[in-house]
Design a protein around this ligand. Structure first.
Ligand code: KG4
Ligand code: ZN
Length: 347
């Protein structure tokens, strides 16, 4: 029986793990050694197929994953120079994400684990974003403050150990990436909104006054983005109704500053609160140049050591699943062939 493999398992410190990610519109596979060293990192995106719909269409994403999953996996193994037999485990994102999309990766990973008779490691996509900072950074170790800023989550966490987190604050409504995507739509920018707002913001100035909710509040580490989004809508609609022109670039720039200044402020306050001198960040929004610059400046002034993954490791990828998969593997957190996908998982 497949589950018998867990009876006498020997955990290897330098385990070679194949990771598979399919939670949204990226089909990705990566081979990671010892949780830190990327041997390969392959990705195929169905992003262009969703543009005309203004967002990810779950059915289209699932079909694209089905077509891509074996191609990216084969490419990842080939690039790493590793055969299925040489793997120590297969890690897969089981949630959070689009159910149909997740199921493609989960089913494929199960079949591979069964065929190779090696452990299957279930990985939370959210924890994957946090673990991305471990990749190529052998010196990063808990405790540290982690800023998670993606399309689905916004939180500041105290990472006590590789597996124990304390949420210091999180969004009460929209995630920051979601706010970027919604504001992009208001400004008639194409999906994905975040990178397009960043591009447009470069040509504008932050002249529109927008709320920076809870910024500087030392007793409230939570975030809220629905008010900021409404403020942008009120501003643009107000101008349109009055027949007054406005600069979309200035709105984009003002929104970007308002949305991201709060993240930087809370991250620094959290480091102070927990008395730690190390900060790491992860998630698609951390690919934003303005946020990276602001974080770097704020940390440098306070002599805080900052770890930012390179941009391709901020947005969805499988290497981060390999990094978190390794942590779960060392803790013997394995799954059986009854592993199911979950649309949402706890932070
Ligand atoms: O982490 P991610 O790839 O997927 C989720 O797990 O959600 O994050 C995607 C989010 C989207 O909302 C996207 O608009 C945002 O990250 N994003 C950005 C940038 N690149 C991606 N937001 C601001 N600036 C960017 N450069
Ligand atoms: Zn993600």
């Amino acid at each position: 029986m497949y589950s018998d493999i867990y009876k006498n398992i020997k955990i290897k410190e330098n385990a070679t793990i194949l990771a598979i990610e399919s939670s949204c519109d990226e089909t990705a596979a990566s081979v990671v050694r010892g949780g830190r060293e990327i041997l390969s990192n392959e990705i195929m995106s169905s992003c262009s197929e969703h543009v005309r719909f203004g967002g990810v269409v779950p059915e289209i994403a699932s079909r694209a994953h089905t077509a891509a999953v074996s191609l990216v996996t084969d490419a990842a193994l080939k690039k790493a120079g590793v055969t299925l037999k040489e793997l120590d485990a297969i890690a897969v994102t089981y949630g959070a994400g689009l159910l149909g999309a997740l199921l493609v990766g989960v089913s494929y990973a199960k079949a591979l684990a069964y065929a190779a008779n090696i452990p299957l490691v279930p990985v939370s996509h959210i924890r994957g974003h946090i673990a991305a900072c471990y990749l190529n950074n052998p010196d990063l170790e808990p405790p540290f403050i982690s800023l998670l800023a993606s399309g689905g989550h916004t939180a500041v966490m105290f990472v006590k150990s590789y597996t124990e987190f304390e949420i210091i604050g999180q969004t009460l409504d929209d995630a920051v990436g979601e706010a970027f995507d919604k504001v992009a739509r208001v400004l008639h920018l194409e999906y994905p909104g975040g990178p397009n707002i960043e591009r447009l913001a470069k040509t504008g100035v932050p002249s529109v006054e927008l709320p920076r909710m809870f910024k500087g509040d030392k007793h409230n580490f939570n975030f809220t983005y629905s008010g900021l989004k409404t403020a942008v809508i009120n501003y643009t609609h107000g101008r349109e109704q009055a027949g007054e022109p406005y600069s979309a670039a200035d709105v984009a720039c003002s929104f970007q500053c308002a949305a991201l200044d709060v993240l930087v402020g809370k991250t620094i306050l959290a480091a102070k609160l927990k008395n730690v001198q190390t900060v790491a960040a992860g998630g698609g929004v951390v690919a934003n140049g303005y946020l990276r610059e602001k974080l770097e400046k704020a940390c440098k002034t306070r002599k805080i050591k900052l770890y930012l993954p390179p941009k391709p490791l901020c947005t969805d990828n499988a290497a981060m699943i390999g990094a978190e998969g390794y942590i779960q593997y060392t803790k013997c957190n394995f799954a059986g062939l009854d592993l199911n996908a979950q649309a949402s998982v706890e932070l």
